[in-house]
Design a binder for this molecule. Sequence first.
Ligand code: PXG
Length: 459
Amino acid sequence: MTYQNYSLAQLRQADAAHHLHPFTDHKDLRAAGSRIIARADGPFVYDMDGNEILDGMAGLWCVNVGYGRDELAEVAYEQMKELPYYNAFFRCSTPTPVLLAKKLAELAPDGINQVFYGSSGSEANDTALRLVRHYWALEGKPEKNRVISRDWAYHGSTIAGASLGGMAAMHDQLHGAVPNIVHVMPPYAYELAEAGESDEDFGLRAARALEDAILEAGPDTVAAFIGEPVMGAGGVKIPPASYWPEIQRICRKYDVLLMLDEVITGYGRTGAWFAAQSMGIEPDTITTAKALTSGYQPLSALLVGDRIATTLVEKGGEFFHGYTYSGHPVACAVALKNLEIIEREGLVARVAEDTGPYLGEALRQKLGDHALVGEIRSFGLLAAIEIVKDKETKTRFDPVGRAASLVRDHAIANGLMMRAVNDTMILSPPLIWTRETIDMACKRIARALDLAARDLRGR
Ligand code: PXG
């Protein structure tokens, strides 16, 4: 490997001197130095300080088949030798994106049969936004172009992605978001349900915020609603069962397209190929990326439903949009093999029948009584732990975010990679985790919670 002529200290110094990291306070990072992960195998990553860390985040919600899959490396190598690149513009195609599109049409919910490729979830959401607006323009309703999203949504970090997303801090730095995108409340019962309000009632109330926004804007001006089935980066916010059916009903009533962002939930994480299937949602578009290749190659696929695709084909006219790497042959070859691995190893069913339910039970049984734990929720292999100062009143430690950062730092020091979003701890492990891996993770979280509680005593 090329880096092996360099010491850890040299790499760290070069990192600080030249590398601007994503979502990072660069002053802080330069003071602290970065953790350099140099190797990974199965469910573990290894840093250059010599630590073995169980990866509770599957990289960044993406390495669903785990690390060290020689098959994926081999298929990339073979494809690079045969055809490293050719584009999909100007009436050209290459074999692997074609075969992958055919496969995705098989796996996708009924009525979804077309694919538009990019290299990231952000790009795919940019495509989705353009496409729904283009659809309504082709239908003779160009004024039907507003998109309704939610506070706390994460839809990527390009200008379109951040505009669609509902992260206040990102909007503050946009200096002008894409126009005609509005945000409504998220289905986050833990903080937003009223005293005595049932989960079901809260889910309906949160969904009806969409109806209010449609009526306020005027249904003839609303193109689409966009949402993650389970909000990921916003803190694994799992909606009550009443939420999505009501959203679906409202979208149908006002002829508003439904854009589902499954960049995190796609490809098995919820115990179905797509959360649309586990939750019974019938979307017009599904944004996917991340686990499409298990992160072994950058690739996104926007799955496009028949309604939009039919108009696009029947009305014709060029859709002026695409990327150099739309349908990259190597990334698509890796995706095909990755999907084959997920199928061959029965990973989707394993999440549905075994590890998904077990993760929820184990977390609740082993950690639910801990003084710092306000709520545990899970859906498939997505889980969240709310960190609070007082379980009864749901009071947080001051300042917000400090307590969960402490838990995260202790978890990592004790060999478990986790994420903290404000005061919510997140798990999104590879689908190869077994009950034993889950038990190992629970032990490490319990220790991290104890150590954080000790640090927080008296605060
Ligand atoms: N949609 C969703 C639902 C995502 O989670 C994107 C779109 C954008 O994908 P790209 O490939 O452009 O990053 C994402 C990405 C975090 C974190 O801190 C989450 C994501 C990305 C970076 C950090 O949890 N999700």
